[in-house]
Design a protein around this ligand. Structure first.
Ligand code: NAD
Length: 485
C-alpha cells in the first residue's frame, strides 16, 4: 500500500478526518496496474449520523453569514486548488487511471472554475421587489438546508466541486458521498475548503457504496439530493427522495448523437468525434457515441478516423505523453467487452481496436465500428468505454428523427459549415447540452444537464442557483386590512 495515497481517515467530518474500521473495507485500485493504493471503510450508521448532524449544525450559521464572505471562502479554495493542481491531478490519475495529460487540465482545474464562479456570484444572489400599487412584495432567495451529493467515478474532483460550489454559495451545507471506486480526491477537496476558511461541518465526505447513498437520500434532515450516476441508480435515488419530497438534481447517462454532414470540415469532425468517444477512455456521460455520418462522407470519415486513432499513445498514465489510459475497473472492462461481443454478434463491423492489452490493469485499445444500425444494442445502450459507432444517414429529417429515437437526452452535436442548418438541427434535437462544430466542452459558465431519462435539473452557470435555493415571497400591505367581518 502506497503511503502517499492512503488518506489519514476514510471520512472527513466537521473539519477533520474520521475513521471507523467497523465499516466494510473498500480497496482503492490504481487501474493502470491493478495495485491496491489505499483502503477506506464504508460509513457506518454512526459515521452517517455524525456527518448529517454536524452539517445541520453548521448550516444555520453559514446561512446567516454574508453571501460576500461565503463567496470569498470559495474563491480562496479555488485558488488553493489551482496551486495544488499537479498534486491533485496525480492523485486523480491514480484514483481513476485517466492520463495525467487529461487530469492536469480537466479535473481540479474544472473544480476550481466552479468554486471561483460560484464564489464570484454569491454576493449577487438577490431577490426581487414587486410593486403592487400601494402594497408591494419582495422575494428572498433562501438556502435549502443540508444537501447530499453523490458522485460517479469518472470525474470525482470535478463532480464534488460542481455540486459544492453552488450549494455552499447559496448557504447550504453538503454531505458528499464519492463513488466507492474513486474515493480519494474528494477528501482533498474537503481539506482545501477548510483551509480556505470554510467553517467545519459544511462540506463533509462519507465513503461507501449504494447503501450509504441510500441512507443519506432517505434521511429526513436532508433537503436535497444531487446525483451524478447511471439512469438505473437515478431512478432509485429519485424515487427514494420523492417519499419526503426532497429537491433533486439528476445528472445521468446518455447515448448522445453526433451528426456529421458531408459539408463539414472532415478533420474538425474527426477531432470532435475523438473527443466525443475516446477522451477519458470513453468514460464520459455526454459522449457522442452514435456518430451519424452523411452517406457521401462516411467512407472517408471511417478511413481517416482509423488513421487518426493510430495517434493514441497508450502507456503509463503518469507520463504526460500518454493520451489514452485504462478503464477504471475490472468490472467496467467486463461490461465493455460484453458489449463488444454483442456488437460483433449483431453484425457491426469492427474496423480497428477493442482488444484487451496484455498488461496488468484494465487496458483495451480504442475501438471503431462501422455499419452500425439503429436496432443494434451498441446504438441503444450506454457502453461507457472507448467504442465509437458510425451510423450512415442520407438527409436532415431522417437523421434528426433517428437521433431522437432514444430514451436518453443528455447531449448532442452537429458538424456542418451551413450555419442555418447547424442551428436548425440543434433546435430539433432532444438534448440538454449541445455542441456546434465542437464536442464535450463544459465551461462552468454554461448550464449542464440532460432531458428525458438523462436527468433533471442543471449544474453550472446561474441555472444551478435555482437548484440549490428556494424563493420566499413576502407580501407587504401598506394600508388597512379589508375583511368580510
Ligand atoms: P452508478 O449509477 O453506478 O453510481 C453512481 C453513484 O451512486 C455512486 O456513488 C454509487 O455508490 C451511488 N449509488 C448506487 N446505488 C445507490 C442508491 N441506491 N442510492 C444512493 N446512491 C447510490 O454510476 P457510476 O458507474 O459510478 O458512473 C457511471 C454513470 O454515471 C454513467 O451512466 C454515466 O453516464 C453517469 N455520469 C453522468 C454524468 C452527468 O453529469 N450526467 C457525469 C458522469 C457520469
Amino acid at each position: 500500500m502506497s503511503y502517499d495515497t492512503q488518506p489519514k481517515g476514510s471520512h472527513f467530518i466537521d473539519g477533520a478526518y474520521v475513521e471507523d474500521t467497523a465499516g466494510t473495507p473498500i480497496e482503492v485500485i490504481y487501474p493502470a496496474t491493478g495495485e491496491v493504493i489505499a483502503t477506506v471503510h464504508a460509513a457506518t450508521d454512526a459515521v452517517i449520523e455524525q456527518a448529517l448532524d454536524s452539517a445541520r449544525r453548521a448550516q444555520a450559521e453559514w446561512a446567516a453569514t454574508s453571501p460576500r464572505e461565503r463567496g470569498r471562502v470559495l474563491t480562496r479554495a479555488a485558488q488553493i486548488l489551482r496551486e495544488r493542481n499537479r498534486e491533485m491531478s496525480e492523485l486523480e490519475t491514480r484514483d481513476t487511471g485517466k492520463p495525467l495529460q487529461e487530469t492536469l487540465v480537466a479535473d481540479a482545474t474544472s473544480g476550481a472554475d466552479a468554486l471561483e464562479y460560484f464564489g464570484g456570484i454569491a454576493a449577487g444572489l438577490t431577490g426581487e421587489h414587486i410593486p403592487l400599487g400601494e402594497d408591494w412584495a419582495y422575494t428572498v432567495r433562501e438556502p435549502l438546508g443540508v444537501c447530499v451529493g453523490i458522485g460517479a467515478w469518472n470525474y470525482p474532483t470535478q463532480i464534488a466541486c460542481w455540486k459544492a460550489g453552488p450549494a455552499l454559495a447559496c448557504g447550504n451545507a453538503m454531505v458528499f458521498k464519492p463513488s466507492e471506486t474513486t474515493p480519494l480526491c474528494t477528501l482533498k477537496v474537503a481539506e482545501i475548503l477548510v483551509e480556505a476558511g470554510l467553517p467545519a461541518g459544511l462540506f463533509n465526505v462519507v465513503q461507501g457504496a449504494g447503501p450509504v447513498g441510500a441512507a443519506l437520500t432517505t434521511d429526513p434532515r436532508v433537503a436535497k439530493v444531487s446525483l451524478t450516476g447511471s439512469v438505473p441508480t437515478g431512478r432509485k435515488v429519485y424515487s427514494a427522495a420523492a417519499d419526503s419530497l426532497k429537491h433533486v438534481t439528476m445528472e445521468l447517462g446518455g447515448k448522445s448523437p453526433l451528426i456529421v454532414f458531408d459539408d463539414a470540415s472532415l478533420e474538425d469532425a474527426l477531432g470532435g468525434a475523438i473527443m466525443a468517444n475516446f477522451y477519458s477512455s470513453g468514460q464520459i456521460c455526454t459522449n457522442g457515441t452514435r456518430v451519424f455520418v452523411q452517406k457521401g462522407l462516411r467512407e472517408r470519415f471511417v478511413q481517416r478516423m482509423a488513421e487518426r486513432m493510430k495517434g493514441a499513445v497508450i502507456g503509463d498514465p503518469l507520463d504526460e505523453a500518454t493520451n489514452f489510459g485504462p478503464l477504471v475497473s475490472a468490472r467496467q472492462m467486463e461490461i465493455v467487452e460484453g458489449y463488444l461481443k454483442i456488437a460483433q454478434d449483431e453484425g457491426a463491423r469492427c474496423v480497428t481496436g477493442g482488444e484487451r492489452i496484455d498488461r496488468p490493469g484494465y487496458w483495451m485499445t480504442p475501438a471503431l465500428f462501422d455499419g452500425v444500425t439503429d436496432d443494434m444494442t451498441m446504438a441503444k445502450e450506454e457502453i461507457f468505454g472507448p467504442v465509437l459507432s458510425v451510423l450512415e444517414f442520407d438527409d436532415e429529417d431522417e437523421v434528426v428523427e433517428r437521433a431522437n429515437t432514444t430514451t436518453f437526452g443528455l447531449a448532442a452535436g452537429v458538424f456542418t459549415r451551413d450555419i442555418s442548418r447547424a442551428h436548425r438541427v440543434i433546435g430539433r434535437l432532444e438534448a440538454g447540452t449541445c455542441f456546434i462544430n465542437s464536442y464535450n466542452d463544459a465551461p462552468v459558465e454554461m448550464p449542464f444537464g440532460g432531458v428525458k431519462m438523462s436527468g433533471v435539473g442543471r449544474e453550472n452557470a446561474k441555472a444551478a442557483i435555482e437548484h440549490y435555493s428556494q424563493v420566499k415571497s413576502v407580501y407587504v400591505r401598506m394600508g388597512a386590512v379589508e375583511a368580510p367581518f
